[in-house]
Design a protein around this ligand. Structure first.
Ligand SMILES: *[C@@H]1O[C@H](CO)[C@@H](O)[C@H](O)[C@H]1NC(C)=O
Ligand SMILES: *[C@@H]1O[C@H](CO)[C@@H](O)[C@H](O)[C@H]1NC(C)=O
Length: 345
């Protein structure tokens, strides 16, 4: 497994090396959001979630210890009980019905059921040394990047580096766009979520789940840009890659006649500008800090790993009870695709 990952990473990122990069299988796909809508079942829109199986309708930061309450994780690094989630992509057919777009594992991680690839970096992706020091997240830390209400380019520019890659093949990583690709993407659409990399050093969360973190004052994390005085603590660059397998939906004859693209986030957004992702830190003890301090290559020898079969086995039960795949999604007055109707009980 570790060998597979190394080969995959070198194939994709050659000749660079050095960063924490690992696969996580799907934990669950449900209309829940314990960060933005704790206790709300169902939450406004559907999410795909990876990580520890303590994921629940509510996860009170004061009492919910992800590492202590989880008995498994869908991630390759078995000490990572964090939860990570994004919205879910749908294809809107000409007749108005919606189909959920499946997710695909990346090269070298074949067999992983859905999920994402997660990166934690101390320096730019292509900096082989990864020599900078970063402060790992603390227990109870959470954050949100992106804004579900955004629907235009100017708004989307408030966030840096929430992008899409139109994959021509398995190795495509450029160019990136901040709206949905306007042409069929033969190998799928990769959604890239890069979180802010500076922390105020005090607050584990904030009312909008964003104010306690910040982007560098100038430049970018990748260019070594300094953190602002208000948020002086450099935290790892967290990057999520999700590959939406659009192959079944790439026939232009099935696309809208007006030339627009047919994909829509589960939040109802057809532009792609509302791209967002949520993170609840849940690494066991100081395992993440140790791994970051190791400045090592992808494999991170200080961390325990598990195989893909074990990752796939870690799931949580359906707490919402609705058919998430099928065809009668409804747009509501708030602009959300509501649901597909509760399953008969
Ligand atoms: C989720 O929360 C409910 C209500 O507090 C609890 O009964 C249940 O055991 C929790 N599920 C998990 C998997 O922890
Ligand atoms: C609508 O179109 C989709 C995709 O072409 C097709 O699978 C589905 O059966 C159609 N549904 C209805 C009700 O016609």
């Amino acid at each position: 497994m570790k060998g597979d990952l190394l080969i995959a990473a070198s194939a994709l990122l050659a000749p660079c090396s050095a960063l924490l990069r690992f696969g996580c299988a799907r934990l669950t796909v449900q209309r829940l959001d314990p960060l933005v809508n704790p206790g709300v079942n169902p939450s406004p829109h559907l999410h795909q979630i990876i990580g520890g199986n303590s994921f629940n309708v509510s996860m009170d930061p004061k009492s919910h210890d992800l590492a202590a309450l989880s008995t498994c994780t869908s991630c390759q690094f078995s000490e990572d009980f964090s939860n990570y989630w994004t919205a879910v992509l749908f294809f809107k057919a000409k007749n108005g019905t919606y189909k959920r777009v499946p997710q695909r594992a990346q090269q070298g991680m074949e067999g992983t059921q859905g999920g994402m690839v997660v990166y934690y970096m101390t320096d730019a992706l292509f900096d082989t040394a990864q020599k900078s020091s970063v402060t790992a997240f603390k227990p109870g830390f959470r954050m949100l990047v992106g804004n579900v209400q955004y629907n235009n380019r100017d708004e989307a520019r408030n966030f840096r580096q929430l992008t899409y890659t139109c994959m021509q093949n398995e190795g495509t990583r450029a160019p990136e766009s901040i709206d949905f690709p306007d042409k069929p993407c033969p190998s799928g659409i990769m959604a890239n979520h890069r979180f802010p990399t500076c922390w105020d050093g005090v607050n584990l969360d904030s009312p909008n789940h964003q104010d306690h973190v910040s982007y560098p004052e100038s430049g970018t994390f990748e260019s070594g840009g300094p953190c602002p005085a208000s948020h002086p603590v450099k935290i790892p660059q967290l990057l999520l890659e999700t590959v939406w397998d659009t192959k079944a939906f790439n026939n232009k004859a099935d696309w809208p006649a007006d030339g627009s693209q047919p994909f829509v986030w589960s939040s109802g957004d057809k532009t792609g500008f509302s791209s967002h992702a949520d993170y609840l830190f849940g690494w066991k003890d100081n395992s993440l800090q140790k791994a970051m301090d190791g400045h090592t290559y992808v494999s991170a020898p200080s961390l325990k790993t598990q195989n893909i079969a074990a990752q796939n086995k870690c799931t949580v039960k359906d707490m919402v009870g609705e058919d998430i795949d099928s065809c009668k999604l409804i747009s509501t007055s708030t602009g959300f695709i509501a649901d597909v109707g509760r399953r008969a009980t």
